[in-house]
Write a new protein. Structure first.
Length: 152
């Protein structure tokens, strides 16, 4: 996925089992953020940063949607535990993560693994990617502030 590319039509099922499609988001700007795992320190910090600045992001015209390979049940618990105001896509087969380029090899503590690459996409009203935050750019504790700086 590159700047100028359009998101896939079907994004996936959220924590309630409801399908999220690009058509259903037409006319809305979207922050789509891919993260590795519910209830881990970095992912919780990122989600809470987005929650704390959710109103400002909405005022800037954005809806926030998270995606990881965790199950809908895991997402429900994560949302309830941290009172998250936005949906989380349960991409258990990694279809969306692969399609948007947020799935691949990563190195942690000298170990090579394949998994979710923490990535955030700013998407315009037509579903076209306008900006991509790569894994090394994202500071989980202040990610919403990074996004607000980029969209102002």
């Amino acid at each position: 996925m590159n700047v100028g590319d359009k998101l896939p039509e079907v994004l996936g099922l959220n924590e309630k089992g409801e399908e999220i499609t690009l058509s259903s988001l037409k006319g809305k700007k979207v922050i789509l953020y891919a993260y590795p795992k519910d209830n881990t320190s970095g992912c919780t910090a990122e989600a809470c940063s987005l929650k704390e600045h959710y109103e400002e992001l909405q005022q800037a015209g954005y809806v926030v949607i998270g995606v990881s390979k965790d199950s809908a049940a895991s997402h429900q618990k994560f949302i309830e535990k941290f009172d998250l105001p936005f949906p989380l896509i349960a991409d258990t087969d990694t279809t969306l993560l692969q399609a948007i380029g947020a799935w691949g090899e990563k190195v942690a503590c000298g170990r090579r693994t394949v998994g979710t690459l923490r990535t955030t996409y700013l998407v315009n009203e037509d579903g076209v990617v306008e900006r991509i935050f790569q894994p090394k750019e994202i500071k989980t504790k202040i990610h919403a502030e990074q996004l607000l700086s980029a969209i102002k």
